[in-house]
Design a binder for this molecule. Structure first.
Ligand code: GRF
Length: 193
């Protein structure tokens, strides 16, 4: 049965969704890997428009669905092989973490364990890097557990921080690393399953 070999990816995102788009475009060249659903809690998220234009199903969920396990039930009808977080700001509920061990992956726009944890997202992360005087920043791809940014690290890649950098210029550099590496790392994880 051909279907048995197909691997499914779903996404959680709260923002622009440029990583989600990049990953969907990467996997569109591979018949055996499908991108089945984009989930967001934010009706203004750019990721919704991206999902529409890429013809990927999307679902705008309410916080109650997240907390009362109806979202978990929805996931269980899809049976995803990977749950990919890209700019998703809510904590993943314990019931979903428990149902998908080693299948929920996040990307953080800095070199964890530095500049992570609750409230560390977007430009706050890059400003924290600037304020610390670190000479490098980068990306961290990691498994998701019950605590923000604490799951075991799968992959990191670094980039220099110069004196001329701003939070915006760092964000641009970090996005380039994300676009290059996140699809490749996810692809490898699927191959290894
Ligand atoms: C990325 O920098 C990601 O690392 C972080 O949030 C940002 C999302 O960007 N978690 P986008 O929505 O994919 O453009």
């Amino acid at each position: 049965m051909r279907n048995k070999t197909i691997k499914k990816i779903i996404f959680f995102a709260s923002g622009s969704g440029s990583n989600v788009q990049n990953i969907i475009e990467h996997f569109s060249a591979f018949d055996q890997i499908t991108t089945d659903l984009v989930l967001t809690n934010n009706q203004k998220a750019g990721v919704l428009d991206r999902a529409k234009s890429l013809n990927v199903p999307f679902y705008l969920f309410k916080k109650e669905e997240y907390l009362d396990d109806s979202l978990l039930n929805k996931l269980q009808t899809i049976k995803p092989d990977l749950i990919v977080l890209a700019g998703f700001l809510l904590k993943i509920p314990k019931s979903i973490v428990a149902a998908y061990p080693d299948k929920i992956i996040n990307i953080h726009p800095a070199l964890l364990p530095k500049h992570g944890g609750k409230g560390m997202y977007g430009d706050r992360v890059h400003q924290s890097v600037l304020d610390s005087g670190d000479s490098q920043t980068g990306i961290t791809i990691h498994y998701v557990n019950e605590n923000y940014d604490e799951g075991s690290i799968i992959f990191q890649s670094a980039v220099e921080v110069s004196k001329a950098d701003t939070a915006e210029s760092i964000a641009n550099k970090v996005h380039q690393l994300e676009y290059k590496h996140y699809p490749e790392v996810l692809h490898q994880l699927l191959k290894d399953q």
